[in-house]
Ligand binder design. Structure first.
Ligand code: ATP
Ligand code: MG
Length: 421
């Protein structure tokens, strides 16, 4: 017996409709904002993630699925969506009309300790806009995420925003943060002690309580922004205010990836203190394209975890209806040849009505039980009397009502009835 790998999940036929529901809404909302889909490979050269996500991040240090292929190349399963899209932009899209606005829906792979909302294969809906440097694009991306969450049925998430600056001012801040952390080095975990020199901003992202305690008085990035970055942050806030989008400025939010500059944001459950439950995280990453060898190109985007979103939906008691339930099951009494059901089913399917019938030569009782299990909306039972009279009973499985209809009127009647329910 071979079991499913740890940290992965089958999306079984009785839940796949929930995924289709989220994907349909993602496609609908991104279309409203004039974004087009991009699909990049599941695996990339390992170096792409080392250079973009960053060598000091948890993802690159301990979470990547990396292997040598048969040609001896180091390959990594994508741990997030942005790096591959950035690579594709540099390779194929950098001469397009700007901005280039894209979205993706993709599995992602991280070797993590599996727990609720934390898997080794998970799924992200993400958005990337390349070429636009202004704050309205940060706002667009945030408003898109919010519209998506609301369309899905969620309006109890809080929005945290912050600016982590850029360029020289970021370097200046890093030095001030380093000094502060060095003063408190004895209270930090060993990993964070290590991070002080390599990437002090990462310490702000540590989930250990002892480190969090040190950070309550740490210097804030927003107090060290350049005039330009401060103005950018102020414009973003004013656009959000004008559009009645509530947010909290969280001065210690830095996000888990190295490539962010200026704006960072997260959508997370209102009452949580733990970033463990972040549903959507994003921000601006103006240096990423250049650091991967492309022309300097500003960019902003987000990644949204679909498993975490489904958890929030469950906790908010939002019920998603399965839209794929069978329209009609055709049941036959034992003397009627199966060809009768096949013929009718094929006619119904041509008319856009989903139809099924017995595939296993079972008794009428067993057929009806199966129809019920399938959640069939209607059932037509055909016996000798029906064949002789040409009148068929269409049973509404929800209320038990039966409509008796001439054979040639079945499609017309069902089309009408299916619109009503
Ligand atoms: P966390 O701090 O929770 O580890 P992160 O900072 O690593 O998240 P990102 O890299 O920004 O997360 O990924 C974007 C989103 O993808 C997260 O907000 C979350 O919803 C989802 N996500 C990240 N890692 C996992 C995982 N292992 N399993 C399921 N969803 C995940
Ligand atoms: Mg993580």
């Amino acid at each position: 017996m071979i079991n499913i790998p740890k940290g992965t999940k089958d999306i079984l036929p009785d839940t796949s409709f929930k995924w289709q529901y989220l994907e349909d809404i993602a496609r609908k909302i991104t279309r409203l904002y004039n974004l087009k889909e991009i699909r990049t490979p599941i695996f990339e050269h390992t170096e792409l993630f080392e250079r973009s996500v960053g060598e000091t991040t948890d993802i690159v240090n301990k979470e990547m699925y990396t292997f040598l292929d048969k040609g001896g190349r180091s390959i990594t399963l994508k741990p997030e969506g942005t790096a591959g899209v950035a690579r594709a932009f540099i390779e194929s899209l950098s001469n397009s009309a700007m901005p280039v606005k894209m979205y993706y829906i993709t599995p992602a792979f991280r070797y993590e300790k599996p727990q609720a909302g934390r898997l080794r294969q998970f799924h992200q809906f993400g958005v990337e806009v390349f070429g636009a440097a202004e704050a309205q694009t940060d706002a667009e991306v945030i408003m898109l995420a919010k519209d998506f969450l609301e369309a899905v049925g969620i309006n109890n998430l809080r929005l945290d925003i912050n600016s982590i600056g850029s360029g020289e001012d970021r370097k200046k801040y890093n030095q001030i943060l380093k000094d502060y952390l060095n003063k408190n080095i004895n209270s930090l975990c060993s990993l964070c002690r290590d991070r002080i020199e390599k990437n002090p901003l990462r310490v702000l992202d540590c989930k250990k309580d002892s480190c969090k305690a040190v950070l309550t008085d740490a210097p804030k990035t927003i107090d060290y922004l350049s005039a330009q970055d401060r103005e950018h942050f102020e414009s973003l806030k004013s656009i959000l205010d004008d559009n009645n989008i509530k947010y909290t400025v969280n001065p210690y939010m830095v996000r888990g990836l190295d490539y962010y500059t200026k704006t960072v944001f997260e959508f997370l459950p209102a009452n949580t203190l733990s970033s463990q439950e972040t549903v959507c995280g994003g921000g601006r990453y103006d240096n990423l394209i250049q650091s991967l060898g492309g022309k300097p190109t500003p960019a902003v985007g987000f990644g949204l975890g679909l498993e975490r979103l489904l958890l929030v939906l469950e906790n908010s008691d939002v019920v998603i209806q399965d839209p794929n339930q069978l329209d009609v099951f055709i049941a036959l009494t034992d003397k009627i040849p199966i060809n009768t059901a096949i013929k009718l089913a094929m006619d119904l399917r041509k008319a856009g009505i989903s139809a099924d019938y017995d595939q296993m030569n079972r008794s009428l009782k067993a057929q009806l039980k199966y129809a019920d299990k399938q959640g069939a909306k209607f059932c037509i039972t055909i016996g000798g009397d029906e064949i002789q009279s040409g009148i068929y009973p269409i049973k509404n499985m929800q209320n038990g009502n039966i409509l008796k209809v001439a054979q040639q009127d079945i499609i017309k009647t069902l089309t009408k009835e299916l619109k009503i329910i």
